[in-house]
Design a protein around this ligand. Structure first.
Ligand code: NDP
Length: 449
């Protein structure tokens, strides 16, 4: 008997959420196709988390090589090649891109390497003109960098281009004070560039605990990163010597050779035929969905950054998995958004789970706050005057941990394990009852006063 549609599922966007949803739907027996206009893997793999983390590793060697001398190592002046690091990172991205394609292929998912648009209730038209039909449509198109509309904004770059630079800049202006700004400030600073963060407010990393943000600001300034607050860029002009002059509110203009916009990411929902299809969008053009990722149209779903719920890769993956299990696996599943750990891979990194102190006080009234402010053993020996800070926020007499925040070496690695305990509802007493693992930085978690 002829099938009603060409596919059971058509996914638009082969990033973290779209690939997971498509592969799992196929393993549940669905006939699946996926369209991707760029490279399979999406922001995280191609121009986000993965290449960024490799640059963070590369940058950390600058400090490690310096510190090594205190541990008895002598070496001739180490040399750094940006081109070598860049090409190795891009080669790893190529490898992962192939691995993602192989995964789709091995699950029998049909890949269309072209743009797709919804053109009828169950109809999708591809850039080549090919028309396909599908029972269900999943939008997983992610988000794109937001660039302020100022004169000369085209002279700046975003995180999309930053992995492909031909030369390391000597003076970088980073607009924004969020994740990407602080991560790339750390990277470029370790590579000896003069970095200036230019932010429209006086708040870095909005949403993170104030104590961590203050500590990152203090360490970053000590490392030589400059900050200009209440300083929204108003224009960029190209100078005769090839440099750029950036004018900004409340501050003098600054001459630099690279401008990086890290001013947030907006849902990538334009030109997909969504409005015509009747899919409701929110104020930021995000796709509105219910807790099962269903849009206002019964057979159209959306997962990941295009829904602007929590802009994090592991969340998109969970949403994709839950969609596939609910729609094709016969098991109605929704994502639990409580206690999602997150990290900023700055130098040093910071990591958090649960409520900040301010949020906890607003929501719960009286809370108990425990702090550990310490200098890691390795920093002491290396003569590096850089302190780590852990903060635990506990609720009520029982002392249930409702927030845990850390800044210091390896804090994202430590947080992933600690977040399990926080998510499980453990208390300060449970942590204290665990014998310290000595000597580590993470033992501070069970020794907090
Ligand atoms: P963020 O949302 O983290 O930060 C945006 C920054 O830009 C804020 O400081 C904001 O200021 C400022 N800003 C926003 N709009 C303007 C404007 N028009 N002019 C000037 N400044 C502006 O965005 P990012 O671009 O750094 O990252 C995007 C998202 O990607 C993050 O939210 C995160 O979800 C994800 N991401 C996650 C990473 C991780 O998990 N480690 C790493 C990188 C990205 P204000 O605070 O005043 O609004």
């Amino acid at each position: 008997m002829a099938q009603e549609y060409d596919f059971d599922l058509f996914t638009i966007g082969a990033g973290s959420g779209g690939v997971r949803a498509s592969r799992v739907s196929a393993s549940h027996g669905a006939r699946v196709a996926i369209a991707e206009e760029h490279r399979v893997g999406g922001t995280c793999v191609i121009r986000g988390c993965v290449p960024k983390k490799m640059l963070v590793y590369g940058a950390q060697f600058a400090e490690d090589l310096e510190d090594a001398q205190a541990f008895g190592w002598t070496m001739d002046k180490p040399e750094f090649s940006w081109i070598k690091l860049r090409d190795n990172v891009l080669a790893e991205v190529d490898r992962l891109n192939e691995a993602y394609k192989t995964t789709l292929d091995s699950h029998g998912v049909t890949l269309f390497n072209e743009r797709a648009e919804i053109t009828g209730p169950h109809e999708i038209t591809l850039a080549s003109g090919k028309i396909v039909t599908a029972g269900k449509i999943l939008i997983a198109t992610g988000a794109t960098p937001h660039v302020p509309d100022i004169p000369g904004c085209e002279l700046g770059i975003t995180s999309n281009e930053v992995f492909h630079l031909d030369n390391l800049p000597k003076r970088v202006l980073i607009a924004g004070g969020g994740y990407i700004a602080n991560e790339f400030a750390g990277i470029f600073n370790e590579f000896d560039a003069k970095v200036t963060i230019v932010n429209r407010s006086d708040q870095l990393l909005r949403g993170y605990d104030q104590t961590l943000r203050d500590r990152l600001l203090q360490i970053s300034m000590t490392k030589g990163i400059d900050f200009r607050f209440h300083a929204e860029p108003t224009g960029i002009e190209k100078l005769d010597d090839g440099n750029m002059r950036v004018s900004m509110k409340n501050h003098d203009p600054l001459d630099v050779d690279l401008v990086l916009f890290a001013t947030g990411r907006v849902p990538h929902t334009r030109g997909l035929g969504l409005q015509k299809a009747g899919v409701e969008l929110g104020d930021k053009c995000e796709i509105k969905v219910d807790r099962f990722s269903k849009t206002s149209v019964d057979h159209i779903y959306a997962v990941g950054d295009c829904t602007d719920r929590v802009q994090l890769t592991p969340v998109a993956i969970r949403e994709g998995q839950a969609f596939a299990d609910s729609v094709f696996g016969g098991k109605q599943t929704s994502v639990n958004y409580d206690y999602i750990p997150s990290a900023v891979f700055s130098h040093p990194p910071l990591a958090s789970v649960g409520m900040t102190e301010g949020e906890a006080k607003n929501k719960l009234g009286t809370v108990k706050v425990y702090l550990s402010d310490f200098r890691p053993m390795k920093n002491v020996m290396a003569g590096r005057n850089e302190r780590s800070l852990y903060k635990m926020i506990c609720d009520g007499d029982e002392g249930r941990i409702v927030g845990l925040h850390m800044i210091g070496p390896e804090s994202p690695e430590i947080m992933q394990a600690a977040a399990i305990a926080v998510k499980a509802g453990l208390t300060k007493n449970d942590f204290d009852a665990t014998v310290a693992l000595h000597p580590t930085m993470s033992e501070e978690l069970v020794l907090m006063k």
